[in-house]
Write a protein that binds this ligand. Structure first.
Ligand code: KIV
Length: 287
């Protein structure tokens, strides 16, 4: 297969549903790509999912580029999108372009994602002017957790939903190639999807979006328990399987069943006899 491009994603509006998932390192990127991802998001959710933080505010551009480069080393066919972390696009359009360019030059991603609506238009415009494709992200934007007062569904009331639709229109008009809609009522996501000419990618936004995204650790059941949002559907329980597998390794260690002869490096009888002779001659010369 050939590499998925931004124009190909844009052209999928209203067509085959777009498959997007997060990945944070080479193995998860390989899994996503082999499973047929159209897009891989190196999400700032790496902060929670991989690095154990309680929110996404903890990661900076260095961390994100480090993970994006690891994803790119899998050489995926999917379009890879680097998530611009908190404070990487809040200072100035110039600083935003410099940070976005690091994702492209140092990691090799094909696009970046920027959270927020109309107030982000100046920085989104600057990144687009630098020939870097931008994906928008509206609704429950986790970098705004402190302003939202927690991770709450957005756009539940008419006025807030109207604001969200206006944001989506403005972002699409500005030239983003796609918009993630996170944590919004399905009817609002449907209206946005009908209103704008670029694909919407839903997460907790109902079934009418042009595509869907989930965090790969949630899909694989690798989270190891804890709170699970209602929009997550685990397709495996790999954490449980992993605990069971490591436990079997430990029992084999304790019983002496690991390693077996096949799992061990061996020395030939001839070399071993020669070694014993050398040791004996050491003993003779010591006495
Ligand atoms: O960081 C992330 O994983 C995301 C997705 C949930 C859209 O932004």
């Amino acid at each position: 297969m050939s590499k998925t491009t931004v124009p190909e994603i844009r052209a999928r509006k209203g067509g085959d549903k777009i498959r997007m998932i997060t990945a944070y390192d080479t193995p998860t990127a390989r899994i996503a790509d082999r499973a047929g991802a159209d897009m891989i998001l190196v999400g700032d959710s790496v902060a929670n999912v991989v690095l154990g933080h309680s929110d996404t505010l903890a990661v900076d551009v260095d961390v994100m580029v480090h993970h994006a480069a690891a994803v790119m080393r899998a050489e995926p066919d999917a379009l890879v999108i680097g998530d611009m972390p908190w404070m990487s696009f809040h200072v100035s359009p110039e600083q935003t372009v410099i940070n976005a360019a690091r994702f492209v030059r140092e990691a090799g991603v094909g696009a970046v994602k920027i959270e927020g609506g109309r107030k982000r238009l100046p920085v989104i415009g600057a990144v687009l002017d630098a020939e870097i494709p931008v994906m928008g992200h509206l609704g429950l934007t986790p970098q705004s957790v402190n302003v939202m007062g927690g991770y709450r569904v957005q756009g539940k009331e008419a006025e807030a939903a109207h604001e969200l639709i206006s944001d989506a229109r403005a972002l699409a008009d500005a030239g983003v190639f796609s918009i993630v809609l996170e944590g919004v009522p399905d009817r609002v996501a449907q209206l946005v999807t009908e209103e704008i000419a670029v694909p919407t990618i839903g997460i907790g936004a109902g079934a009418t979006c042009d595509g869907q995204v989930l965090v790969i650790h949630d899909v694989l059941g690798l989270g190891g328990g804890g709170y699970r949002p209602k929009f997550v559907r685990p397709y495996a329980s790999l954490a449980d399987e992993a605990v069971e597998a490591v436990g079997r390794f430990f029992s084999d260690v304790q019983s002496g069943n690991f390693p077996s002869g096949d799992e061990t490096y061996h020395m030939s009888d001839e070399a071993f006899d020669a070694l014993e002779t050398l040791i004996r001659s050491d003993d003779l010369s010591d006495s």
